[in-house]
Design a protein around this ligand. Structure first.
Ligand code: AMP
Length: 147
């Protein structure tokens, strides 16, 4: 069995993010692996079947979101000892981008949070479930308990 060499933390900046980050850092430390962090700015326009996109893809908003994300990643990076060149922001579908970046960067362990779901959440499907299904490396789903 090979030790992990590159751990990727998928950060959505939610209230539970710290728990997920701590787990990723702990695993990276134990394996003496590199730790990288990725946030994906979701660019899905909200669409209506009759009127089409209600909020069209807006470059300005996306740029602002990218800048804000970089600031948040800087905080996570400083706290968890992740160097600047391994703090990544991508624009797109988070489920697909996490898998794509992990493959491209030769990540061998992705760490994501996993919520228990009810209602609409079950229908939409969780990021963790999608990443587990499509990633070609191991995935650690950190169970997040809602208060
Ligand atoms: P969700 O299924 O959307 O509640 O997200 C569960 C986990 O997926 C989060 O704890 C993150 O690890 C990851 N994740 C969700 N959205 C994003 C995003 N936009 N960028 C990076 N990671 C994300």
């Amino acid at each position: 069995m090979q030790a992990y060499r590159h751990v990727l933390l998928a950060a959505d900046f939610s209230e539970h993010g710290e728990e997920v980050a701590e787990r990723a850092k702990d695993l990276a430390d134990r394996y003496e692996a590199k730790l990288s962090v990725l946030h994906v700015v979701d660019n899905l326009p909200i669409t209506d079947s009759i009127y089409g996109p209600i909020i069209p893809f807006d470059v300005d908003i996306t740029e602002q979101l990218i800048n804000a994300s970089q600031e948040k990643l800087a905080q996570i990076g400083q706290k968890n000892n992740i160097p600047e060149d391994r703090r990544w922001v991508e624009v797109g579908n988070p489920k697909a981008e996490i898998v794509r970046v992990a493959a491209e960067e030769k990540v061998d362990l992705i760490v994501v949070g996993s919520h228990s779901r009810t209602g609409l959440g079950i229908l939409l499907g969780s990021t963790a479930a999608n990443v587990i299904r499509h990633a070609n490396c191991d995935v650690m789903a950190v169970r997040l308990i809602e208060e």
